[in-house]
Design a protein around this ligand. Structure first.
Ligand code: GLC
Length: 575
């Protein structure tokens, strides 16, 4: 029986976005990386006008909210995560007025807007940092950052041994106007991203004001960049191999929670409360969940799931431990397969090691894209069926692969630049979206436009939105159908799941009274429980059985008692 999705009507638009104050607990949030989404003015860089023109596409995809990676004025040393003005829009993207129009237009289509806030660091072109450089050591202007004299007889050594997350030393030495060396300043990322000092009241006040600025323009929430890194050990102690909970000198220090309590009070102060979404990479699930206490952030990205290999036991553990960690704080879990920092899923799942690691460890390893694609489809339906909210990164719904052969002189990511070319960096998942046509740039820009900031590959014609819209078996059709069904199925979204008995190579769980999701990781096709209707499957069934690397959603036929509860064990019982 062929169970690939039928051509589908687009998901019905919500007349109004979920009025429910808990919309975020089960929302599907689509990440827009503006630079690569759609270029309306032909300069090779995506822009807000491009997004506005494509809002119907996003409505039809069936997403509840958009999260925009930073759109502010920026020298783009880290493609926008180095902000020089938090209250405006980069001219390459458009204007503040356009952003306001975009927020309103999206909302009229039932789509909320979440923006990216970067509180750990600013651009080295931010007025505060320019003032600090122009002011002497010990001046109040320098106290908003981490300026320190160097170690060594002449101050020629960095103040401590902290390493930048992008590689190399986390300190850069300043020079005065005459070129004489001076103090060093801290940057956990690139030197163009000096870290703010969150013990300084100006830093608190400024961010509270920035939040209000955007909340008053209608944004529904903020995604908080590097949210666990803001507070540093004032003694600047060295990193040790084993630090206890909260003892690391710059990650997950206890005082950081006070910042988010303050932000939550601001977010809750609106008639329609705003939401706070944290980017927190922490292996310790209990420490992670602390950020989600009722008076702190609403939700945070589930990176454990994102990084999890495509293996049934690891997947089950990841899902179980995420649900268990979130339960005590009554926060919903997020399900994330990709973002602008990580390898595209069809590539990752096609490698021998399917866990996520930065490309320095994986690039160039043999990749079976067909297998990766099949698994990415299965993972998408799995993620859509799990309790909580889902985050979709642009291009994931098209099954775009990681672009691994970007010429060296075109790469832009500071991870590539700072590693001296050792780490290929993250440009491979940031290539412009292919919309239509047979050749690059596939409608990203109109004909005659400037070359895109990264070139889409020559073989992407079958991956365009236009091509995939014509094909019932495409990744785009699967996402549209899956999101439509998710929205139409009350058991999905927020809530709980019940694991069902199954073979080791199978994940099987029920949601509500009459919905089940089964994922087969094993070689052997498995029979489906009797008396069930297939709602959707990520690939064709084989003679009614669920083949390897395939997910199926089932509904109990005729409203009978579910047959999957114990009476069958997918993968063990036949027929
Ligand atoms: C976050 C962003 C990443 C950026 C970094 C520094 O991890 O997702 O893209 O480079 O923070 O702001």
């Amino acid at each position: 029986m062929a169970a690939a999705p039928e051509p589908v009507d687009p998901a019905p638009a919500r007349a109004e976005p979920h009025d429910d104050a808990n919309w975020w607990r089960e929302a599907v949030v689509y990440q827009v990386y503006v630079r690569s989404f759609a270029d309306a003015n032909g300069d090779g860089i995506g822009d807000l006008a491009g997004v506005r023109a494509r809002l119907p596409y996003l409505r039809d995809l069936g997403v509840d909210a958009l999260w925009f990676s930073p759109w502010y004025p920026s020298p783009m040393a880290d493609t926008g995560y180095d902000i020089s003005d938090y209250r405006s829009i980069d001219p390459a993207f458009g204007t503040l007025e356009e952003a306001e129009q975009l927020i309103a237009e999206a909302r009229a289509l039932g789509i909320r807007t979440i923006i990216d806030i970067v509180p750990n660091h600013v651009s080295d072109q931010h007025p505060w940092f320019r003032e600090a450089l122009d002011s002497p050591p010990g001046s109040p202007e320098r106290e908003r950052f981490w300026f320190r004299p160097g170690a060594g007889a002449e101050g020629e050594l960095p103040p401590n041994g902290w390493q930048s997350i992008f590689g190399g030393c986390a300190w850069t030495r300043t020079e005065d106007a005459a070129g004489a060396p001076g103090e060093w300043y801290l940057h956990l990322f690139a030197p163009e991203q000096p870290d703010l000092n969150w013990t300084h009241p100006d830093v608190w006040a400024e961010h509270e004001d920035i939040l209000r600025f955007w909340f008053e323009r209608g944004v529904a929430g903020v995604r908080i960049d590097s949210a666990g890194l803001l507070v540093k050990d004032p003694q600047l102690a060295e990193e040790t191999a084993e630090s206890g909970p909260g003892e690391h000198p710059f990650t997950d220090r206890d005082d950081v929670h006070e910042i988010y309590r303050q932000w939550r009070a601001i977010a809750d102060g609106y008639a329609e409360p705003r939401i706070l979404v944290g980017e927190i990479w922490l292996p310790d699930a209990e420490r992670f969940a602390r950020y989600l206490r009722p008076d702190e952030l609403h939700i945070a990205f589930n990176f454990d799931f994102l990084a999890c290999p495509w293996e049934p036991d690891r997947m089950r553990n990841s899902i179980e431990s995420a649900l268990a960690a979130h339960a005590p704080v009554d926060a919903p879990t997020t399900w994330v397969l990709s973002n602008h920092d990580v390898t595209r899923p069809v590539t990752r799942y096609g490698r021998a090691d399917t866990s996520f690691a930065f490309e320095s460890k994986r690039a160039g390893t043999p990749t079976d894209l067909e297998r990766g694609h099949r698994r990415a489809r299965a993972a998408a339906l799995l993620a859509m069926a799990l309790p909580g909210s889902m985050y979709v990164y642009q291009g994931e719904e098209l099954g775009l692969p990681e672009v691994e052969d970007i010429p060296f002189d075109r790469r832009q990511d500071p991870m590539w630049l700072r590693s001296g070319g050792v780490d290929p960096g993250r440009d491979g998942c940031r290539v412009p979206i292919p919309w239509a046509g047979d050749r690059p740039p596939y409608g990203f820009s109109e004909a005659g436009a400037d070359r895109p900031w990264l070139d889409p590959p020559e073989n992407w014609a079958p991956l365009t939105v236009a091509a995939q819209s014509e094909t019932a078996t495409s990744m785009l059709s699967l996402y549209r159908a899956g999101l439509r069904l998710r929205r139409a199925t009350p058991a999905l979204g927020d809530g709980s799941l019940r694991w069902l008995p199954s073979a080791d190579a199978v994940l099987s769980f029920a949601r509500g009274d009459d919905f089940a999701c089964i994922v087969n990781f094993g070689h052997e096709p498995i029979e489906l429980p009797a008396g069930t209707d297939v709602l959707i499957a990520s690939n064709d069934l084989e003679g009614g059985a669920l083949p390897q690397d395939t997910t199926v959603w089932l509904r109990q036929a005729n409203g009978e008692a579910p047959s999957w509860d114990g009476s069958t064990r997918p993968g063990l019982s036949k027929g």
